[in-house]
Design a protein around this ligand. Structure first.
Ligand code: SF4
Ligand code: SF4
Ligand code: F3S
Length: 268
């Protein structure tokens, strides 16, 4: 088969846990190999590429040069900004994450923040945020498409990426830079336990009779009524499950500052 014209992608890792990459590689529609062989050319990704050390740094510089103005930038992770960004340095020349993001963003055709870390700062930005970790949109001058979630589902990441690749346009975004197709409704609006909520059937304690019967998790801390995401529809791990299905309330992980504003994440 003829090789399609693949769009170069540079994927950077800042202060994060790589859970977003883990979620991303679970994709089954398209499969990861279809995505990599037909749609994108993954030029740089610290946990998926073979190169390391000097070679990795050179690859990044070369990809930015060769594909200037034509590559997509994906950033996973918040960007520490205190002390000139030196809480995060990467590679043999110890460039700061701040510097690496700004350089890569300057030559990018479009910029995506995958996960709540790069969308909103992430758990490392929790009060009192000693490293002053920030969202990508706060440290660069270009518009950023935010795909928050901790992690986001593979469908939300790849759906928005493919939308851009296939149509050449960005999906409609909400106030926080999130695509409306995936973050337009609340978790509570789409939840399979919503009937239990409406009927006043609540889990009072984890492990009680209501928990066994699949009652609503609101009283044990579910933040579904305050959270915009499509988890109950798209689920995770190729549609296997999602938090509420697994018996735990939503923690609001796709909302700005969820680590502070949604606390406590679980009611005892
Ligand atoms: Fe990990 Fe969550 Fe940050 Fe993704 S958003 S890198 S899953 S901490
Ligand atoms: Fe709403 Fe959460 Fe109850 Fe589902 S479990 S109905 S999201 S409060
Ligand atoms: Fe996150 Fe809540 Fe979905 S915690 S994964 S937005 S159910």
């Amino acid at each position: 088969a003829e090789m399609l014209n693949r769009i170069p992608v540079i994927w950077l890792h800042m202060a994060e846990c790589t859970g977003c990459s883990e979620s991303f590689i679970r994709t089954d529609a398209p499969t990861l190999d279809t995505l990599l062989f037909n749609h994108i050319s993954l030029e740089y990704h610290e946990t998926l590429m073979a190169a390391s050390g000097w070679q990795a740094e050179e690859n990044l510089a070369r990809a930015q040069e060769e594909h200037r103005g034509n590559y997509l930038l994906i950033v996973e992770g918040g960007i520490p900004t205190a002390a000139g960004g030196t809480f995060l340095t990467i590679g043999p020349h110890a460039h700061t994450g701040l510097e690496i993001c700004r350089t890569a963003a300057a030559g990018a055709m479009a910029v995506f923040a995958f996960g709540s870390c790069s969308s909103f700062g992430g758990v490392q930005a929790a009060y009192p945020n000693p490293t002053q970790a920030k969202a990508l949109s706060e440290i660069i001058q270009k518009p950023v498409i935010n795909i928050p979630g901790c992690p986001p589902s593979e469908k939300n990441m790849i759906g928005s990426l493919l939308h851009f690749i296939l149509f050449g346009t960005l999906p409609a975004l909400d106030l926080y830079g999130r695509p409306r197709w995936s973050y337009g409704l609340r978790v509570h609006d789409l939840c399979e336990r919503r009937g239990r909520f409406d009927a006043g059937e609540f889990v009072e304690r984890f492990g009680d009779e209501g928990a066994k019967l699949g009652y609503c998790l609101y009283k044990v801390g579910c933040k579904g009524p305050y959270t915009y995401n499509n988890c109950s529809r798209q689920k995770f791990n190729q549609g296997t499950s999602w938090p509420v299905q697994a018996g735990h309330g939503c923690m609001g992980c796709s909302e700005p500052d969820f680590w502070d504003v949604m606390a406590p994440l679980v009611e005892p």
